[in-house]
Design a protein around this ligand. Structure first.
Ligand code: SAM
Length: 217
C-alpha cells in the first residue's frame, strides 16, 4: 500500500503540473489520467520515471508518449463516454487504458506483435475489459469493427490514410500527427461533416514514425 500511495502522489502531481497548469481543461481527461497507473505500463527499471515529463522506452525502438501528449490527443477527440474509438499504435497500452475511461469501446492496433501481446496482458491484468488489442498494420484501420466515432494515431504519418476516412462515422474526429519521418509533425484534427472534412492544426509534436501501407515504408 505504501508503494501505491507513493505512485498516487506522483500521479496527482503530474496531473496538476504537467496537464492542468499547461492548459488541459477536460475534467474527464484529467480524471482518467489521475486514475490510470502509468507505472504498470513501463519496465520495472523505469517505474521511478513513470510520472516524469517525457516519453519512456518500451522496447523495439518504441516509446510510451509523454503524459502531456497523451492528454492533448485524448482531449482533442472530444469524447463524451458513448463512443467507439480506434487507436493506431498501442505501444504499452497506456493511452488505450486512458481512452477506456473516456469512451465505451476502444479498439487498438499495434504493428509489433510482441508489443501487442504485452499490452494485451497488461490491460487484462489491470481489468480494462473494454479495450480490444489487435496486431496488424493499423494504417488499414479495422474495417470489421468500424465505424468509429474517434480515431487517434500515436505515430507520425506522411498523409491521412484513406481507410480512416471510410471507417469514420459522420461527426467523428481523427486526431493524427502528420509531417516528417523523424521527430517533427503537426497534430491535426479532421472532423467528418456532411459536406466537408473540417481540418484544424493543433500544433507541433514529435512522434516515432507510422510505418505501413498508408504510412512510411
Ligand atoms: N500509445 C502508446 C502508449 O501509450 O504506450 C505509445 C505509442 S508509440 C509512441 C507508437 C506506436 O505505434 C509504436 O508502438 C509503433 O510500433 C506503432 N506503430 C507504428 N506504425 C504502426 C502501424 N502502421 N500500425 C500499428 N502500429 C504502428
Amino acid at each position: 500500500p505504501q508503494r501505491s500511495d507513493y505512485f498516487d502522489k506522483l500521479r496527482q502531481r503530474m496531473v496538476q503540473h504537467q496537464l492542468r497548469n499547461r492548459g488541459i481543461a477536460d475534467e474527464r481527461v484529467l480524471q482518467a489520467m489521475g486514475t490510470v497507473p502509468r507505472e504498470e505500463f513501463v519496465s520495472k527499471g523505469a517505474q521511478g520515471d513513470a510520472y516524469e515529463d517525457c516519453p519512456l522506452p518500451i522496447g523495439f525502438g518504441q516509446t510510451i508518449s509523454q503524459p502531456f501528449t497523451v492528454a492533448c490527443q485524448c482531449e482533442a477527440l472530444q469524447l463524451q463516454a458513448n463512443e467507439r474509438v480506434l487507436e493506431v499504435g498501442t505501444g504499452s497500452g497506456y493511452a488505450a487504458a486512458v481512452l477506456s475511461h473516456l469512451a465505451k469501446e476502444v479498439y487498438t492496433v499495434e504493428r509489433v506483435p510482441k508489443l501487442a501481446t504485452q499490452a494485451r496482458a497488461t490491460l487484462r491484468r489491470l481489468g480494462y475489459a473494454n479495450v480490444h488489442v489487435f496486431s496488424t498494420d493499423g494504417t488499414l484501420g479495422l474495417p470489421a469493427h468500424s465505424p468509429f466515432d474517434g480515431i487517434v494515431v500515436t505515430a507520425g504519418g506522411s498523409q491521412l490514410p484513406q481507410p480512416f476516412l471510410e471507417q469514420l462515422a459522420m461527426g467523428g474526429r481523427i486526431v493524427m500527427p502528420i509531417g516528417e519521418y523523424l521527430g517533427s509533425q503537426m497534430m491535426y484534427r479532421f472532423t467528418k461533416l456532411p459536406d466537408e472534412l473540417h481540418v484544424e492544426n493543433l500544433g507541433g509534436f514529435a512522434f516515432v514514425p507510422l510505418i505501413g501501407r498508408y504510412g512510411w515504408d
